[in-house]
Design a protein around this ligand. Structure first.
Ligand code: HPA
Length: 275
């Protein structure tokens, strides 16, 4: 057996033991400052990454490093409270180990969330934005021998972000009186924030949101056949000129994300209830 597959199977077996054999339908990845969604999971079973063979520990600020299994919106879910970023120095195989382990576990839907900079001038700090597509500056996580057990060598990415899930999200948001925006997520490795010239360039090629995560996870999730829903919380506006005194740091991003986390949590549980 491929050594990567063996690692995912061992990790999934361990997780299944902790959940008492219950299989989650939905995986949720919680971005910077968004970890509080995990507090809403009922009858939670907390599985620290450090207890899962093969898992790295997440070192990024606002990221805790636990899997939380339980019920949300009446369904079994498993949340990654903290993700692994490429900028932390992990190879893509480790950046995406959580998603592939969840796939082996039997997860069918992946909800990904992140804190992002808004480079669409219509976006405001605190906006919740449905990710409808992405542009990637990451190395592709599928480079290397293909895991045929998961999916094809050449993966179609035309509907990476599930259209039906986007529609459900819009309906749920309308019922809740929440305004959602939609946008294209542009991902690069970080850890530097973008220069104003880069922001102008990325905007020109169609970016609405700028971030340093999510895309590698979405690619491997689609490769495994999972249906993906993505949401960004706009935590800062991105600078388009060099005169502005505004600058941002990780602390501000986490603070803004925390403020929006309650609305996102409500929305996620409603979408999940509607699945
Ligand atoms: N750029 C990149 N990543 C980010 C930003 C940003 O402005 N804000 C939060 N994550």
């Amino acid at each position: 057996m491929d050594s990567r597959l063996r690692t995912y199977k061992l990790a999934a077996d361990y997780i299944l033991k902790q959940t008492g054999g219950k299989v989650p339908l939905i995986g949720i990845i919680l971005g910077s400052g968004l970890g509080r969604l995990a507090d809403r999971i009922e009858d939670p079973i907390v599985i620290p990454y450090k207890n899962i063979l093969g898992f790295p520990v997440s070192t990024a600020i606002g990221h805790k490093g636990n899997l939380i299994f339980g019920t949300l919106g009446g369904k079994y879910v498993i949340a990654m409270q903290g993700r692994f970023h490429y900028y932390e120095g992990y190879p893509m195989e480790l950046v995406t180990i959580g998603v592939r382990t969840l796939a082996v576990l039997g997860v069918k839907f992946l909800f990904v969330s992140n804190a992002a900079g808004g480079c669409n001038p219509d976006f405001r700090v605190g906006d919740l934005v449905i990710i409808r597509d992405h542009i990637s500056l990451f190395p592709n996580p599928l480079i290397g021998p293909n895991l045929d057990e998961f999916g094809p060598r050449f993966l179609d990415m035309t509907c990476a972000y599930d259209l039906e899930l986007q529609k459900i999200a819009e309906d749920c948001a309308a019922q809740m009186g929440i305004t959602l925006k939609k946008g294209v997520y542009f991902g690069s490795t970080g850890p530097t924030y973008e220069t104003p010239a880069e922001v102008r360039f990325y905007r020109t090629i169609g970016a609405d949101l700028l971030g340093m995560s999510t895309i590698p996870e979405v690619i491997v999730a689609r490769h495994c056949g999972m249906r993906v829903f993505g949401m960004s919380v706009v935590t800062n506006a991105t600078n388009v000129d060099n005169e502005s005194k505004e600058f941002h740091d990780g602390g501000e991003v986490v603070q803004q994300a925390d403020a929006a986390a309650t609305r996102m949590t409500e929305l996620f549980s409603k979408i999940i209830a509607a699945l």
